[in-house]
Ligand binder design. Structure first.
Ligand SMILES: [Zn+2]
Length: 94
């Protein structure tokens, strides 16, 4: 393959990558929207059930699995020690 052909091949590769990247960005945007909708739908359900034994257990389990249970970041991944979550879980157990 001569230099000109190599450049053409690289250009095609870059175009393909650019197209893949655009597709992935669209997918990410869709998933973020879906996550936000799901968070909005689940928050009232959590609030209704957080004072029941089953609700307490579910919130604790969700937190232990690595997700926020506080209203500020509900459903997003946490890396431990969120004070808002601690407050929710403290209220739940009392
Ligand atoms: Zn939190």
């Amino acid at each position: 393959m001569n230099l000109s052909e190599q450049l053409t091949a690289m250009q095609h590769t870059l175009e393909q990558l650019s197209s893949d990247l655009q597709e992935m960005q669209l997918q990410v945007a869709k998933l973020e929207e879906e996550n936000e909708r799901l968070r909005q739908r689940i928050t009232p359900v959590i609030n209704e059930n957080k004072d029941t034994a089953g609700g307490q257990k579910a919130l604790q389990q969700l937190y232990d699995e690595g997700y926020h249970v506080c209203s500020a970041y509900f459903g997003r991944e946490h890396d431990g020690g969120c004070l808002f979550c601690m407050e929710v879980l403290k209220n739940v157990t009392n």
